[in-house]
Design a protein around this ligand. Structure first.
Ligand code: HEM
Length: 176
């Protein structure tokens, strides 16, 4: 069998499975878990901590986003014959390149803003648990600030991923 075909099939499988896990994880989190956690706070904090840290949700999202981007970058390199200018300026090329860039920015937002904020939140929750008593007022206000930031940035990242998916879905037919 042709080695190039096997290479492309493997890349597409990794890209689709990675993208499904990454975007699927974000959909479940933003549309279902986050509103439920907000509506049932503060009781939900322990549940969220277990979900994110002990069930390795952050790691799952990190690995699936990396696999999606790496396989996507290799597919882009192949489709564009090494980022050939003629391909990039064609309809499908522009749409796919735009979607790819959005996906890469979404990954950066996840790694450099969301992950450290989630880690800080988990650290605070552990410190409150270890102290045993009710949280100090400054801890409550920091938690509130971090949760608001996570939610706003998370929705922005989620929107970028959705647009990225939409561009991937239509790119090959974009011959206007
Ligand atoms: C939210 C993230 C992403 C999702 C859910 C996603 C999903 C998809 C889907 C469903 C396709 C199939 C389109 C088709 O066959 O017509 C596709 C194709 C493609 N994606 Fe993505 N993608 C994402 C991010 C990225 C990124 C960040 C890159 C580049 C760095 C990328 C590069 C590509 C390329 C080049 C193709 C075309 C592959 C081919 O024609 O063989 N994708 N993507």
């Amino acid at each position: 069998m042709n080695v190039l075909l096997i290479y492309l099939i493997v890349l597409r499988i990794v890209h689709f499975v990675g993208g499904t896990c990454w975007l699927g994880g974000a959909i479940i989190f933003h549309l279902f878990l986050e509103p439920t956690a907000k509506a049932t706070a503060p009781d939900s904090r322990q549940f969220m901590q277990y979900f994110i840290v002990r069930r390795h949700y952050s790691m799952f999202m990190g690995i699936s986003s990396l696999l999606t981007i790496l396989s996507g970058a290799l597919l882009l390199w192949h489709s564009s014959s090494g980022l050939d200018a003629n391909w990039i300026t064609s309809g499908p090329g522009m749409v796919l390149t735009f979607g790819s860039m959005l996906g890469i920015v979404a990954l950066g937002v996840g790694f450099f803003i969301i992950a450290p904020t989630a880690q800080r939140l988990m650290g605070l929750a552990q410190a409150i648990q270890a102290a045993g008593g009710p949280p100090l007022p400054e801890q409550v206000s920091e938690i509130h600030h971090l949760e608001t930031k996570m939610s706003k940035v998370g929705w922005t990242e989620f929107a970028m991923m959705l647009v990225s998916l939409l561009t991937m879905a239509v790119a090959r037919y974009w011959w206007f």
